[in-house]
Ligand binder design. Structure first.
Ligand code: NAP
Length: 245
């Protein structure tokens, strides 16, 4: 397969890239800082390609995807993303704008570039890395939650539209995965999973062409309860002393 992964220089994207490369697939990754890639990455995996790209820059991303695919692309994993980091209770709108640009527009650009290629093939698979944070509004993560909710609904709708036309669309909703992104978190992270294990589970869900995959199971149960409960009760939870991070 020919697979492009946005944001594959660290974390989940890198683990996914390595998992696919070990199986012999051709994989393109991108990021703003290719120096974050393991030193021997390109030598170790001759079928790997790396592109210095900011996903908020449409031209940069389109050029990289077009160059990598040269007309053939089986799987696009729109993974690049960022969070608020320190969970501030006062909104930083510059940060909010950038989160929306990276997490939402970055996915839109990746899907658009991929579909331009896949349309000529009449098939292909689009995957977004959303989050369990897309189901509820979490404290200190307003833009992150909003961005992941947008990506979730985008993917869900596109699956309905494109499925009958021969294209697969998958939204992945991980709980806590141990990556540079979550290393910034000071709060407890229940059911924290390694990036390698997370990547294996995501890879399996992609192979099974799931429309939505929420994991781990215990986090899925918790987020479903939080999502379905009356909203006043949900607000009350965060008012309990010591609960808010
Ligand atoms: N870790 C978790 O617990 C968790 C849970 C749910 C969902 N997710 C989602 O999973 C995805 C990957 O996160 P991660 O945990 O693996 O974080 P990570 O280790 O920080 O990786 C983020 C990746 O995105 C890239 N990136 C960030 N901004 C970019 C930009 N403007 N242009 C291009 N690339 C950019 C980074 O590369 P450069 O820095 O080189 O640009 C890096 O490769 C994100 O969408 C995140 O929201 C993570």
């Amino acid at each position: 397969m020919k697979i492009f992964i946005t944001g594959g220089t660290t974390g989940i994207g890198l683990s996914l890239a390595e998992a696919y490369l070990k199986e012999g697939h051709r994989v393109g990754v991108c990021g703003r800082d290719l120096g974050k890639l393991p030193e021997d990455f390109l030598q170790k995996y001759p079928k790997s390609h790396a592109y210095k790209v900011d996903v908020t820059n449409k031209d940069e991303l389109f050029n990289a995807i077009n160059e990598f695919s040269s007309g053939q692309l089986d799987l696009m994993i729109a993974n690049a993303g960022r969070s608020e980091g320190s969970k501030p209770s006062w909104p930083d709108f510059d940060v909010y704008h950038n989160i929306m640009d990276v997490n939402v527009k970055g996915v839109l650009y990746a899907f658009e570039a991929a579909l331009n290629i896949m349309k000529k093939q009449g098939r292909g698979h689009l995957v977004s890395i959303a989050s369990v944070a897309g189901f509820v509004g979490l404290p200190g993560a307003a833009a992150y939650c909003a961005s992941k909710a947008a990506v979730l609904r985008l993917s869900e709708s596109m699956a309905i539209d494109l499925g009958p036309q021969g294209y697969d669309v998958t939204a992945i909703c991980p709980g806590f995965i141990d990556t540079p992104l979550t290393k910034q978190n000071k709060h407890p992270m229940p059911f924290l999973m390694s990036a390698e294990e997370g990547a294996q589970r995501i890879k399996q869900a992609i192979a099974q062409k799931k429309v939505m995959y929420i994991f781990p199971f215990r986090m899925k149960v918790i987020i479903t309860i939080l999502d379905k409960m009356p909203r006043f009760l949900y607000q009350l939870i965060w008012k309990i002393p010591g609960v808010r991070p």
